[in-house]
Write a new protein. Structure first.
Length: 465
C-alpha cells in the first residue's frame, strides 16, 4: 500500500515537471530570456530546460557559442573584415582569462526588488519591518520600469519581486511583463495574505512564485505572531491551480526546525515545485526577535542531514539561501562538487543585489544601503547600478571577504563560503567583515581556540538525491 502511494506520487511529480517544462518553454518562445553573458572567466549560459545558469570557461563558450577570443587563424583573418572580427570578440575577453571567484562578476545574476514596504500582517520577525503605511518615498511603476531597464542593460538574468506585500500593487503584472520584454525572468514571493485574487489573475506572467510558509498550523502562529496558516494554505492551493511552478519559502527558526520534515511532506502533498529554506536574519523587526527565533548551534549542525533526508523522503526539490553555506561546510562535503553546483556563501554585491522601496541599492535584500560614494552625494539607487558597480569601495565588506581573519583564513571552504552572512556578523559583533558567529567552525574556534577539521580534512561525498 505504501509502495503504491509512493509510485503514484512519483508519477504525479513527473507529470507536473513535464507540464512545467512545457509552460516554461512556451514563455521562453513568447519572451526570449537572456541566453548568455560574457565574463572574464568565460560566460554564463542560461538554460530553460533544465532551469539553470551555467558558468563555463572561455574554451567551452568559444565552442558552443561560436565566438572568437581574438586569436583567429591566419586564413580567418584574411577571410573576415576587421569589423566582422570585432563583432565576434567579446569585450569581456579583452584581458587575460581569470578563474571564477577571483573578482566580482561584471553584473549581478539577480536583483531582489522590494517594491513596497506596505503589508498589514505585522509578522514579528519581518526582515523589512513592513507596515500598513509602507515606507516614505516608495517608487511607483515608472521608476521601477527604469530600474528594470538598467538591470537589463547591465545583463541581469532574474529579478525577485517582493515587499512588504507586492501582490496588492495594481501595476505588478505590468512590471512583470516589462521585465519579460527586456529578457529578464520575474519571480515573486508573497505572503498569500492579501491581494490573492489579483495575483492569481496574473500568476502566469511570473517564473517561480513562492508563498511564505514558516510553519504548519499552530507553528505558523508561534513563528509569525498570528494565525495565518489557513489563508497562506488557501493562497498556495489557488496559485497551484493556476500554474505549476509554485513553491514555499520557509524561514527556518528555533520554533519550526523540528517541523522541517512536515513542511516537505506538505509540499509533496500540494505538489509544489520546491521548498526554499532561508536562515533567520536580524534585520527589520527580525533584529528584535533574533535572540528568540534564531536557530541553536545544535540545529545548525543538524541542518544538512535533516534537509537531505526530507528532500529524499518526499521527492521535493530543496533550495537553501547563501547564508547556510557555513552549515553545509560543517559536514565537509566535496569542495569540487560544491563548486560545480555553484554553492557559494554570501554573494551580496556580486551574484546578487537588492533594492529598497525607494530604489536604494543594497548588497542583498537584508542589508542596509551602502553610504553615499562621497560627502554630500545621495546613496546609490538601483538605477545607478552600472555606475556604482566598479566604484572604489563598492558594497564595502561584501566585497572584501578575501581579506579574511581566522578561523576563515585557514578554512578549506573559504573561497566558497566567503565568510558567511555579513548581516548576522554585523548584528552580533558590530562588524560585517567578522567571521559569521553562527558558523560551527567559528563556534568551535571560540570555544577551543583551534580550527577544527576544516583546514585539510578529507571531503565527504554528499548523497545523490
Amino acid at each position: 500500500m505504501r509502495l503504491g502511494a509512493a509510485l503514484r506520487q512519483l508519477v504525479a511529480r513527473g507529470v507536473d515537471h513535464a507540464r512545467a517544462v512545457a509552460e516554461r518553454a512556451q514563455q521562453a518562445r513568447r519572451y526570449p530570456p537572456r541566453r548568455v553573458r560574457f565574463e572574464r572567466f568565460g560566460a554564463i549560459l542560461q538554460l530553460t530546460v533544465p532551469r539553470a545558469l551555467v558558468f563555463v570557461d572561455r574554451a567551452f563558450a568559444r565552442h558552443v557559442l561560436a565566438v572568437d577570443s581574438g586569436a583567429e587563424s591566419e586564413a580567418q583573418s584574411k577571410a573576415e573584415s576587421k569589423a566582422e572580427s570585432k563583432i565576434n570578440r567579446p569585450a569581456a575577453w579583452a584581458g587575460p582569462e581569470i578563474a571564477l571567484g577571483d573578482a566580482p562578476l561584471s553584473a549581478p545574476l539577480e536583483a531582489h526588488l522590494q517594491l513596497t514596504n506596505r503589508c498589514e500582517a505585522g509578522c514579528r520577525g519581518c526582515y523589512t519591518g513592513a507596515s500598513p503605511d509602507g515606507a516614505p518615498g516608495e517608487w511607483g511603476p515608472a521608476a521601477w520600469m527604469r530600474a528594470i531597464d538598467e538591470l537589463a542593460s547591465a545583463g541581469v538574468f532574474h529579478v525577485a519581486l517582493g515587499g512588504g506585500e507586492s501582490a496588492v500593487l495594481p501595476w505588478l503584472g505590468e512590471l512583470a511583463d516589462h521585465a519579460r520584454r527586456r529578457g529578464i525572468i520575474p519571480n515573486l514571493t508573497t505572503s498569500g495574505l492579501a491581494g490573492l485574487g489579483d495575483l492569481v489573475a496574473i500568476a502566469d506572467r511570473f517564473g517561480q512564485i513562492n508563498v511564505s510558509l514558516d510553519g504548519l498550523g499552530a507553528t505558523y502562529a508561534r513563528v509569525r505572531g498570528f494565525d495565518g496558516f489557513a489563508r497562506a494554505d488557501a493562497a498556495i492551493r489557488a496559485l497551484r491551480g493556476k500554474k505549476r511552478e509554485v513553491g514555499i519559502n520557509v524561514v527556518v527558526t528555533r520554533a519550526n526546525f523540528g517541523e522541517l520534515d512536515g513542511l516537505f511532506a506538505y509540499a509533496a502533498e500540494r505538489r509544489l515545485s520546491e521548498v526554499e529554506l532561508l536562515r533567520f536574519k536580524p534585520s527589520g523587526r527580525g533584529a528584535r526577535a533574533y535572540g528568540e527565533l534564531c536557530c541553536s548551534d545544535a540545529q545548525h549542525r543538524a541542518f544538512l542531514p535533516a534537509i537531505l533526508a526530507a528532500a529524499k523522503r518526499h521527492a521535493v526539490r530543496v533550495k537553501v539561501d547563501c547564508s547556510y553555506t557555513p552549515m553545509l561546510a560543517h559536514h565537509r562535503p566535496d569542495r569540487a562538487l560544491l563548486a560545480e553546483l555553484c554553492v557559494y556563501g554570501c554573494t551580496g554585491g556580486d551574484f546578487l543585489v537588492g533594492a529598497k522601496p525607494g530604489g536604494q541599492l543594497t548588497a542583498c535584500s537584508f542589508a542596509a544601503p551602502p553610504p553615499p560614494p562621497e560627502a554630500g552625494a545621495d546613496r546609490p539607487r538601483i538605477t545607478d547600478l552600472r555606475a556604482y558597480w566598479d566604484a572604489p569601495g563598492a558594497f564595502g565588506a561584501f566585497r572584501t571577504w578575501r581579506a579574511a581573519r581566522e578561523p576563515c583564513a585557514s578554512c578549506a571552504y573559504h573561497a566558497l563560503c566567503r565568510g558567511g552572512c555579513k548581516v548576522v556578523s554585523a548584528h552580533t559583533t558590530g562588524d560585517p567583515s567578522a567571521p559569521d558567529p553562527e558558523c560551527p567552525r567559528v563556534v568551535d574556534h571560540g570555544r577551543h581556540g583551534g580550527y577544527g577539521e576544516y583546514g585539510g580534512a578529507r571531503s565527504r561525498k554528499l548523497p545523490v538525491l
